[in-house]
Design a protein around this ligand. Structure first.
Ligand SMILES: CC(C)(COP(=O)([O-])OP(=O)([O-])OC[C@H]1O[C@@H](n2cnc3c(N)ncnc32)[C@H](O)[C@@H]1OP(=O)([O-])[O-])[C@@H](O)C(=O)NCCC(=O)NCCSC(=O)C[C@@](C)(O)CC(=O)[O-]
Length: 302
């Protein structure tokens, strides 16, 4: 088994982790979360989204969040953008990376962004062009790459098709996302191998939710398929408002613990991240769903 010696972790808790919280999380807490994360050395923090506040009210303060953070040189601060209106918000807020987000399932595309897959790609075209003109990084996220809450298992060919279209838009990085966390290692390997036939593996990332407890196994399968970028969220925060029942992203603490055991470098200090996981869980009144984070806290308390 040949695994990479280094992995990039994209920390998504400020956006994917918080977007589904029912209670509005104070802007000051979001800012502190991002600052604490960037201070531990994350190269990429998915900070905000510029989407309709009617659709996702929790993300309504993206402008204020971006204005309040302390930028750490070397950290890429990303924002999800569904259309030109969102792009204008993102550029005014001086984000470093714009994330267009589509789906490999027609039903999810309709529920999440209110348009078909083909319409979403057409909507992303001017965003991609504007991002390139502004010299910003562009990332494309493919939801429901393993399965869809409305349509069931997603055909691999549908994922590859969206990956090709995202590549044609000029995406620097393409996320293969298991939105509802039903994927298992065998299929993750198949999907990743198929996507990396059309996209350079160095530009493909794995975004796994942990609903069925499969995320770490899925990351291992993706590593074996040549993937070296993964998304995760401190304390396993997260969930998508348009994927009912799906739990959070895989916990960053658990991913770091596994990668350390595999002798894979991330440049990120696990203990510092575990402290952040406990701090944010306290702030929003949740129990951390990170097994490693909970174990580390218990050891520290003892
Ligand atoms: C795409 C739309 C806007 C279409 O929504 P729509 O209703 O079809 O669009 P619209 O153009 O008719 O606009 C409706 C209203 O929203 C406003 N509006 C329109 N655009 C914006 C904008 N950018 N920022 C702020 N406001 C906006 C617009 O001005 C209008 O306001 P009104 O006239 O009614 O007062 C909507 O469906 C939307 O915002 N969806 C976002 C849903 C979302 O954020 N989902 C979660 C993120 S995806 C995810 O979590 C998955 C991922 C990435 O993590 C990977 C994975 O795990 O799968």
């Amino acid at each position: 088994m040949s695994l990479p010696s280094q992995v990039k972790i994209v920390e998504v808790s400020p956006r994917d982790g918080l977007q589904n919280e029912k209670q509005f999380v104070d802007t000051a807490i979001k800012i502190e979360l991002i600052d604490r994360l960037s201070a531990t050395g994350f190269q990429n923090v998915e900070a905000v989204s510029f989407v309709s506040p009617k659709w996702v009210p929790q993300m309504a303060d993206g402008t204020q969040v971006m204005a309040g953070i302390k930028r750490r040189p070397g950290t890429i601060y990303s924002a999800l953008v569904p259309n030109m209106r969102g792009f204008e918000g993102a550029i005014a807020a001086k984000v470093d990376e714009v994330v267009i987000f589509g789906a490999a399932s027609e039903a999810f595309s309709q529920k999440n962004i209110n348009c078909s897959i083909a319409e979403s790609i057409a909507r992303f075209e001017p965003v991609a062009q504007a991002a390139r003109d502004a010299g910003l990084r562009l990332r494309g996220s493919i939801s429901c790459a393993l399965a869809c809450p409305y349509q069931g298992e997603t055909p691999v060919a549908a994922v590859v098709d969206v990956a090709r279209r995202m590549l044609a838009l000029g995406c620097d990085e393409i996320d293969v996302a298991d939105t509802i966390g039903t994927g298992t290692a065998l299929r993750v390997g198949q999907v990743m191998r198929a996507v990396t036939e059309v996209v350079d593996p160095a530009r493909v990332s794995g975004h796994f939710h942990d609903t069925y407890g499969q995320a770490l196994a899925n990351i291992l399968a993706a590593l074996e398929a040549g993937i070296s970028i993964f998304h995760s969220s401190v304390a396993g925060l997260g969930g998508c408002p348009y994927a009912k029942g799906a739990t959070g992203n895989v916990a960053t603490e658990d991913v770091l613990y596994m990668l350390r055991g595999l002798d894979i470098d991330t440049g990120i200090d696990l203990d510092a991240v575990a402290d952040i996981g406990h701090w944010i869980s306290d702030q929003i009144g949740r129990k951390s769903s990170s097994r490693a984070g909970t174990a580390l806290a218990a050891r520290k308390a003892a």
